[in-house]
Ligand binder design. Structure first.
Ligand code: APR
Length: 269
């Protein structure tokens, strides 16, 4: 039974569904040396983590200018710290979904797979992806805004309020990229290099509303990558994509990988 096989490979939550893609994708995958996946909040939606701009999105409930920038943190460090503690609690209680798991499986199917993520939830690494570039940081990492001392999440006091640096008494903030801040240069340069050397790029679960991350699919296209968007909704990336899959990534990715393996087996026989 296909579903049993999919459940073994991608997790019990996986659904079997024929995903309509241009068969050219299979040829591109078979010839590919480097597969790159650019992911956004949408890939974690089926794990139970809100996206930012969707119907129940975080930015519909909260004002980013009051929570996700340095000025807001300095104005009200306790509120911002509690909000990130709340988000970490949510992430702690969910697990990667078949979309994350499919990207892990791709590592054993293809020579070189890179995941470039805008997500700060660490779910790609928790699923087992070994080559992840975090463009917007990680919610489990923290540092003192004064002396720069680094703190892992479990070193922080669990109680409400502002985490204080034991070295200098400064405020400790999450190591995530806030609005108005630039991306970590090393991560972004590596992401640009990966996009430029991609043979196939999947743009997964991102509204492509935030730059410079949203420019990476264009970099890949400019270097002749075959670009597939996986997103139930239209985005600016849809305009330049070679193919678009209007399905949730937790359904699309495992089924596309399975269909590719079927195609490969049938073309080898
Ligand atoms: N599978 C695939 N895509 C999905 C799914 C799903 N199950 N559910 C929702 N989506 C799509 C939505 O249609 C939307 O286009 O995911 C996208 C999520 O978009 P955003 O909420 O804007 O998230 P993202 O693109 O990751 O935001 C970029 O903005 O707020 C900042 O720093 C934050 O990293 C974030 C950046």
């Amino acid at each position: 039974m296909i579903l049993d096989k999919l459940k073994q490979l991608f997790g019990a939550e996986v659904e079997y569904q024929e995903i309509v893609v241009d068969p050219l994708l299979y040829e591109k995958l078979a010839q590919a040396n480097h597969i790159v996946a650019l992911t956004g909040a949408g890939i974690s939606a089926e794990s139970g983590i809100s996206t930012f701009r969707g119907e129940e999105g975080l930015w519909k409930k909260f004002k980013p200018q009051e929570l996700a920038n340095l000025k807001a943190f300095m104005n009200n460090p306790s509120r911002v710290s509690d909000w990130y503690r709340h988000r970490r609690d949510i992430i702690d209680n969910v697990k990667p979904n078949p979309g994350h798991n499919a990207l892990v499986k791709m590592e054993s199917e293809f020579k070189h797979v890179t995941v470039i993520t805008q997500n700060v939830d660490g779910l790609h690494q928790r699923a087992g992806s070994t080559n992840v570039i975090e463009l917007h940081g990680n919610i489990y990492r923290n540092y003192c805004i004064n002396c720069g001392k680094r703190y892992d999440f479990d070193q922080l006091p669990k109680k409400k309020g502002i985490p204080i640096c034991e070295e200098c008494g400064g405020y400790i903030r999450p190591d995530v990229v806030w609005f108005g801040e630039s991306l970590p240069p090393a991560a972004f340069n590596e992401a640009e290099r990966s996009a430029a050397s991609a043979d196939v790029m999947f743009s997964i679960g991102t509204s492509a509303a935030v730059y410079p991350a949203a420019g990476l699919p264009r970099t890949a296209k400019a270097h002749n990558a075959y670009l597939v968007e996986i997103n139930p909704e239209h985005t600016d990336i849809s305009l330049i994509a070679d193919d678009t899959v209007r399905e949730p990534s937790g359904v699309a990715l495992p089924n596309i990988l399975h269909q590719y393996q079927e195609w490969k087996n049938s073309s080898e026989n």
